[in-house]
Design a protein around this ligand. Sequence first.
Ligand code: GLU
Length: 485
Amino acid sequence: MPVAGPVRVRLAPSPTGTLHIGTARTAVFNWLFARRHGGQFLLRIEDTDRERSKPEFTTNILGGLAWLGLSWDGEPVIQSERIEAHRQAIAQLLESGHAYRCYVREEELTAMREAQAAANKAPRYDNRHRDLSPEQEQAFIAAGRQSVIRFRIDDGAAIEWHDLVRGPMRWAGADLGGDMVIARRAPSGAIGDPLYNLVVVVDDAAMAISHVIRGEDHIANTAKQILLYEALGLPLPQFAHTPLILNQEGRKLSKRDGVTSVSEFQAMGFTAGALANYMTLLGWSPPEGMGERFTLEQAAAVFDFERVNRAGARFDWDKLNWINGQVLHGLGAAELRRQLLPLWEAQGWAASGAIGSDPAWQEQLTELLGPSLTLLADGVEQAKPFFERPELNEAACAQLETEGARPALAALLGALKARRGVPLVPDEAQELLGAAAKAAGVKKGVLMKSLRAALLGSLQGPDLVTTWQLLHPSGEDLARLERSL
Ligand code: GLU
């Protein structure tokens, strides 16, 4: 469907937790849509829950979005700073008769819900204070009751919109749970804290949001919000409800599923490019021929809601790992080194003065390890024996006990000592190996296996000669050979 007028979308995270993968994926779709249409992607920090909102969560959310490359336009709007506008809108609704004060006590509501449950009815507010007479109101006030403010939702109201993902949507007012609270309890005359649906409508309208793109868990809210737009005389945005992210069992991904925060994925060693790529695939199918590997810019060039699925998107670790490996392998040694260096430094490696601080050496190490990395963190694990002398594992010890292993290593050590200080090039390394094996009367293969055991403490690892070359400039190859003897 063609988009008329300037596209202005927003992400409206609540800073009550770290940036969740679901929120980040919503951010991705908003960002892609804004980019596609040359529009603006705005942020609004919904911090009206004063007890649960924390500045460190705002920092985490903004940091996560920035890390993913989801740049936003302008300064984030801080919802709590807009409370006067929210109160004004509530006053307007009271004035126009769309809202009213409800003095029902908490105990009365509980009793009402219990009666509904006993009668097997869905819980809903029965609108009992909708049409109080002035005398009844006075009596409640005189009895010291406070009031919430409720927005009238007529049972007969028919709410319809064309959802950009889900197509035609219809809701009946009767299914929205009765008149909705839009302001918390407060002494009579005052307007208590404004609540979610009201503030979102007021803020989205003030920010001139053209398209509200959010998770499908907000569909019922959208129905209520449309009624609020109408009552406030505000122009309606378009709506797009994106599918939920599901866990392996097909249930909504939640904290119990372990890793759900963007910062946790980052700490695990996923790259921003891979995570953004993968999140785009969570609910969006790229057009034929595009493949599954792309940057956000590439996706933005073709993104539309017609290719957003309605069904929930199952989180697939294998695919994320695969994409991450692909991204790492495509980075090139220089960039990969740049990304690994802080992780190495955090281990106390690559400190200045030591051989491991030489950028050329680091790049050679990166080139050696790069092709086998799935996670950036693998580049820490696998780099470890190059920065720290490893213990010999069982298989390595056994290898050193095989016949001829130690004599061959001794011959190699002797030859190396004789040429101390000379850089090791692959051809010469092969010659040294051949000569030492011959001198000890073993096959070259036996020596190579033993050298790997001596250098890496394990029979597994990357290319042997490159490994040896990397350990050579510091004399670490000699030290490890000596130890093995
Ligand atoms: N603060 C809400 C949330 O985090 C915003 C929902 C919306 O986009 O309206 O779920």
